[in-house]
Design a protein around this ligand. Structure first.
Ligand SMILES: Cc1cc2nc3c(=O)[nH]c(=O)nc-3n(C[C@H](O)[C@H](O)[C@H](O)COP(=O)(O)OP(=O)(O)OC[C@H]3O[C@@H](n4cnc5c(N)ncnc54)[C@H](O)[C@@H]3O)c2cc1C
Length: 493
């Protein structure tokens, strides 16, 4: 084969691109993987610095049992290396949920082992009577037993609309609204019920909140190690500037390190950046360009990392919310106008719970986050950081005395590290394109682009479920599609 010529070029080493490239190479397809950063893993980047090992952004795996990464590791022959740091039968209290009803002065909290199907701790937390408990159980039973074909009927129904079909206590509605922010970075009145229910089912039946030793990037590191071991070529620190298209088919990519040729390019740089910037509008039909421009971005997620010289948190995950802290569209728009709410919801990961070596002895690292706009230029982010800090003191009064250092990040950093902002207000998406009504399930963007040999892998196209799982599912699906395409091409030659 000619120098710089491959069967497939994959752009990006996040869970979508990483899974796709690794599976293609394992199946004997000569693949080049190009990553713009020095590190691997995209948004699931993990850092090892000054004795700490942590995710730059707070991550938890859903489902814990049989996430798609486990299936991929098995195909690669390294199934025994798939070692989540939380076993399904771990008896320790893993998650603390902290809640304040509107008419309460104080937050109440409850801790429990890995998030599964037991509603009893929630009944204690919400302090609801027997009748409300029965209504909650009836709703949750419908959710957990919902067959896949019924789930697909809810692609075009928002979670708010779905819940409104039931007579449920407000405490359950409030929890579901918080959950749509926490698990999907979406508002309850836009998120597709099919997506949220899928995630709820997975948490209840297969567990949720898992982590990996060394952080989530461990997954990418193993995948790409296998990729290279199987003969794949990885180029880091190199940004793809253009995807070349001739006569309606891709022919390769252009980078500062030269031009690379392939009849297939799989991009996980984001669907909109791929179409509007890397390929260019001129190569697509106007109707497709308009469709792509009209796709709604998911929300962003802004984080604060607390480096502590003494532990303050005992469980692995922590969620603190109130009836006033979750965001629906109305609250989101108020924040966009600059009205910072008094309270924010906090989602936290304590890496030391999952891996005692994640911090130097006697120390702790907490990665905390809350939802925000995906706009890299959003002005309200600093106001949200302030609220997050204030809320941390409420939850852990001793925290400032033991804080050695804090780091703040938001949609600007997410965009810089992962996808370019090619439309005003886009780029800092936490998951990818919104998992909202009209963009999910059967209506999710197709991973095959209307240009021969061009595919999108990752959270924007194909796949379903929570961020990393969804993106890796998409990577797996695209590897299959590309295999078929290359076979057909070979037969036609
Ligand atoms: C704060 C935060 C919290 C999250 N919490 C969770 C969670 O709890 N659970 C969960 O499952 N998911 C979570 N997610 C979401 C999850 O990380 C993403 O959905 C997932 O990483 C998306 O994968 P991807 O492969 O589509 O894209 P990405 O992870 O964004 O990877 C894209 C890759 O492409 C590279 N790239 C882009 N453009 C180019 C170019 N031109 N040339 C070369 N390389 C390029 C980027 O550098 C990057 O490595 C969270 C994300 C954030 C930001």
């Amino acid at each position: 084969m000619e120098k710089n010529t491959y069967d497939v070029i994959v752009i990006g080493s996040g869970p979508g691109g990483g899974a796709c490239a690794t599976l293609l190479q394992k199946r004997g397809i000569k693949t080049l993987l190009i990553e713009k950063n020095s590190f691997l893993g995209g948004k699931m980047v993990s850092i090892e610095k000054d004795g700490y090992a942590y995710d730059l952004f707070p991550h938890g795996q859903v489902p814990t049992r049989q996430p798609v990464f486990e299936i991929i590791f098995q195909e690669l022959g390294v199934g025994d290396e798939f070692q989540p740091t939380l076993l399904p039968n771990d008896p320790r209290d893993m998650i603390t949920i902290c809640y304040r009803r509107r008419d309460w002065k104080q937050f109440r909290r409850v801790s429990q082992p890995q998030a599964m199907g037991d509603s009893t701790p929630f009944f204690r937390l919400w302090d609801i009577d027997e009748a409300a408990q029965q209504k909650t159980l009836a709703f949750m039973t419908d959710v957990v037993t919902m067959p896949d074909d019924k789930l697909a009927d809810l692609d075009n129904v928002s979670m708010h609309e779905f819940i409104s079909r039931y007579d449920i206590p407000y405490e359950l509605y409030s929890y579901m609204a918080m959950h749509s922010n926490a698990s999907l970075a979406e508002p309850i009145d836009l998120v597709a019920a099919s997506e949220q229910i899928l995630i709820l089912k997975q948490i209840m039946l297969q567990g949720g909140g898992g982590q990996y030793k060394g952080g989530f990037a461990t997954l990418a590191n193993v995948l790409i190690r296998e990729f290279e071991k199987n003969g794949g070529t990885l180029i880091r620190n190199t940004k793809v500037d253009r995807i070349r298209v001739e006569d309606g088919a891709v022919t390769g990519v252009i980078t500062p390190k030269g031009t690379f040729n392939a009849p297939v390019v799989v991009s996980s740089a984001g669907l909109q950046p791929t179409v509007l910037k890397l390929v260019g509008e001129e190569h697509f039909d106007r109707s497709y360009v308009n469709y792509v421009k009209g796709l709604a971005p998911g929300w962003g997620f802004t984080s604060v990392r607390y480096f502590l010289n003494k532990p303050v948190m005992t469980t692995g995950n922590y969620v603190a919310y109130s009836d006033d802290s979750w965001w629906n569209m109305e609250r989101f728009l108020k924040v966009k106008e600059g009205r910072i709410p008094d309270e924010v919801t906090l989602f936290m990961v304590n890496h030391c719970f999952f891996d005692p070596e994640a911090a130097p002895p006697g120390k702790q690292i907490l990665v905390s986050g809350t939802v925000c706009s995906p706009n890299p230029e959003a002005k309200e982010i600093e106001g949200l950081w302030k609220r997050m800090d204030e809320h941390m003191v409420q939850l852990f009064p001793e925290i400032w005395e033991v804080t050695e250092r804090r780091e703040y990040s938001g949609p600007r950093e997410i965009s810089n590290l992962t996808r370019d902002s090619v439309l005003p207000g886009y780029g800092g998406e936490c998951v990818g394109l919104g998992q909202v009504v009209g963009q999910c399930g059967r209506m999710k963007p197709n991973p095959s682009a209307p240009i021969r040999g061009l595919y999108y892998a990752g959270a924007d196209a194909g796949g379903a479920g929570m961020g990393t799982h969804q993106a890796a599912c998409s990577g797996m699906e695209v590897a299959r599609l590309v295999g078929h395409y290359l076979n057909k091409r070979l037969k036609a030659q």
